[in-house]
Design a protein around this ligand. Structure first.
Ligand SMILES: C[S@@+](CC[C@H](N)C(=O)[O-])C[C@H]1O[C@@H](n2cnc3c(N)ncnc32)[C@H](O)[C@@H]1O
Length: 374
């Protein structure tokens, strides 16, 4: 089948690599998404092992589309709606992109909906209800260059929500972005990993899960279970393999998170235990300036306040200055990775970077910066 996967901006290349390793082929990379082909087995498997995708969409039809009429007819004629979408099932329509005469996504979505329910009424004299919160089908229309592509969304929830994080601290990272950033450091689990401002613990949990290849989202009910060609036996086989996977926790090196705020620290503790990693991640409720570590090298990561969502820019200057002094004094020979969302503040570290990777963190243009501490 032909599948689209949505990606955090800046991580598309890593998502493509991940999907290729999981068995996807003919992969193309675009801004904020990739597309690929795969068999059913792989399609089900990527839902349990892709750490970077937000959502998967299966392409089911495409047609030329210029205006309201070609949209209505194209939707009606390009897919077996009657076979797939019984009137007892609910759905909603989401639209991205536009053509010159279909520029209002809300209006375009209504037209898609009308085309489908008119068809249902003609056959059954009954129609599906629309459900925004809990639909059985989510139908996507993408318009570009007078071409329409229709696809079905495979999960109700975004897959970055792994379920271990009911409690979040201040300005938490999305789990899939955290995972992608760890990926970029090429941390292989052979050296300690320290997050000096760990917030709700996202980096550390994702790093360990990624290292041990812990399956994710195995307890979700997926929308693809409603699809006409759902292969229940193949799906259950993949799901059982994921659930029964033996995890080798002995591989975990020293992992430490430091968080100054008591309440956020407690949240991190809860999240880490929900992720079943309480025996493998050490949490310290203190200022990172008080950290004394006896290891000779490793990787330090940090997503500090940028003075945008969190903190006041002028007050943060001192924090960045102190961080630079502290790292140079105590961590010579270590690698340091900083998620910088404010170049003005980052320069107060007074450290020379060796790599800067652009990424977007919740709409903030950021750089994932590597420093070799001397
Ligand atoms: C942007 S948040 C980190 C978010 C985290 N990556 C997550 O996903 O939840 C920055 C965190 O640094 C903490 N912090 C600020 N100054 C600190 C310090 N001097 N030592 C340790 N933690 C500090 C804040 O309390 C806040 O939770």
């Amino acid at each position: 089948m032909k599948v689209v996967a949505s990606s955090p901006e800046g991580l598309e290349k890593y998502l493509a690599e991940e999907i290729s390793n999981l068995g996807g082929f003919n992969i193309n990379t675009y801004k904020r998404f990739i597309n690929f082909e795969c068999d059913f087995e792989t399609f089900y498997r990527v839902h349990f092992y892709s750490r970077l995708a937000f959502r998967f969409y299966r392409e089911i039809a495409s047609f030329n589309c210029y205006d309201k009429q070609s949209l209505y007819e194209g939707v009606r004629d390009s897919f077996d709606w009657i076979g797939w979408l019984h009137y007892e099932k609910t759905f909603n329509v989401q639209v991205t992109g536009k053509t010159s005469s279909l520029s209002h996504t809300h209006f375009t979505a209504l037209e898609v909906k009308n085309s489908i329910i008119d068809l249902q009424k003609a056959v059954w004299n009954k129609r599906s209800n629309i459900s925004l919160d809990n639909p059985d089908f989510i139908i996507h229309l993408h318009l570009n260059n007078n071409q329409a592509i229709i696809s079905l969304q495979s999960s109700l929830e975004s897959l970055h929500k792994r379920g271990y994080r009911p409690a979040v601290g201040n300005a938490p990272l999305k789990e899939n972005l955290a995972s992608g950033l760890i990926n970029m450091t090429q941390w292989n689990g052979k050296v300690p990993l320290i997050d000096i401002m760990c917030g709700s613990g996202t980096f550390l949990i994702e790093a360990v899960h990624q290292l041990l290849e812990v399956p994710i989202n195995t307890d979700q009910v997926y929308l693809f279970e409603n699809w006409l060609d759902f292969k229940k036996d193949i799906y259950l086989n993949e799901k059982n393999k994921a659930i029964k996977k033996i995890i080798n926790y002995e591989k975990i090196p020293k992992i430490i998170g430091c968080e100054i705020n008591k309440k956020v620290f407690e949240q991190a503790k809860l999240n880490i235990s929900l992720a079943r990693l309480e025996n493998y991640i050490e949490l310290i409720n203190n200022d990172f300036l008080e950290l004394h570590l006896k290891f000779t090298s490793g990787i330090i990561i940090c997503n500090p306040p940028y003075g945008k969502k969190l903190g006041d820019e002028n007050e943060l200057i001192h924090l960045y200055e102190q961080m630079g002094i502290f790292l140079k004094k105590n961590f010579s020979g270590w690698e340091f990775w900083l998620l910088s969302g404010n170049p003005k503040l980052t320069k107060y570290l007074k450290m020379k970077s060796s790599l800067k990777i652009p990424v977007s963190n919740g709409g903030i243009d950021c750089r994932w910066i590597k420093y070799l501490i001397r």
